[in-house]
Design a protein around this ligand. Sequence first.
Ligand code: SF4
Length: 330
Amino acid sequence: MDKQNIPKKILHWYDNNKRSLPWRRKNTKKQHEYFTLVSEFMLQQTQVKTVIPFFNRFIKKFPNLKSLASADKNKVLKYWEGLGYYSRAKNLKKTANIIITEYRGSLPKNLEKLKTLPGIGEYTSRSILSIAHNQPYIPMDGNVERILKRVFLLKNKSQISKENLIEKKTFFSNSKRSSDYAQAIMEIGALICRPSLPICTSCPLTSHCKAYKKKDFEVVTNKKLNKTKYFEAKVYKHKNKYLLIKNKKFNFLKNLVIFPMNEINKEKFKLSIDKKINIRISNMNMKIIINENKNKIKIKNSFLLNKSNLSKFVLPSFTKKIFNSLSHLK
Ligand code: SF4
């Protein structure tokens, strides 16, 4: 396999096909670092098209690292509202503070130092090093993984193991344009080597790709199945006010405003004749009974919130979905 031309082909494709994304705008070095940091946090477990409007709104409010570091935490959460996984917003804010106070406003250029920052793990630190600092890293995201599995036709358990995929990553070899190169490979995965119906006719890797030669595009994954859990949400309404609490009980949606809830067993869920809804968060499928109470429920630290004041609170989309399911109570 002639690997020499691979970076050239990939970069040529990227120069002609890359998406115009707000965090790719031409900018000063400092802004480029900041945009990379914010976008990488937002893109963790969230799709590009979902992130774009949130990124634009966030950057308009917090245009640089300094403004984010000095902002009130609740304001930051407000501007993250609707994007989910709120721990990312809290960690981003903490990271911004540390970069300002300990790194004089510049993102560290070293993998180990980056990994000590809140919310930055192996993947995000590699993304930052390649995208913001032009270092020769290729972060292994789902797109890169899929390309490798197809190029080498990796099918069995040992072939798709993390170790083997990291080894196979040398296929991409290096380029001096490390920042563009890493983004180009991920972009090919997102736009061309798509999970279903890859557009091989537009791909710069066809001559190297075993999946293309064999016309076998099935991608084997070892994804853990999402867990299903059952809950009962207690809804109490009095004169257009709803009883809510700040969640201290569950590890998900920590410290955010939710309806009072209990985890219940599958049997109780099945037998209930109350309204039922499904909500998916992180890697959990939540099946929720909506239990409407006529009498006030006594719950410590709960408060009544007027529906017309909802916009003033940071409400996770989870709580909004329950509100929407109550439309008949309006
Ligand atoms: S040739 Fe097709 S299957 Fe192979 S990497 Fe390109 S898009 Fe994916």
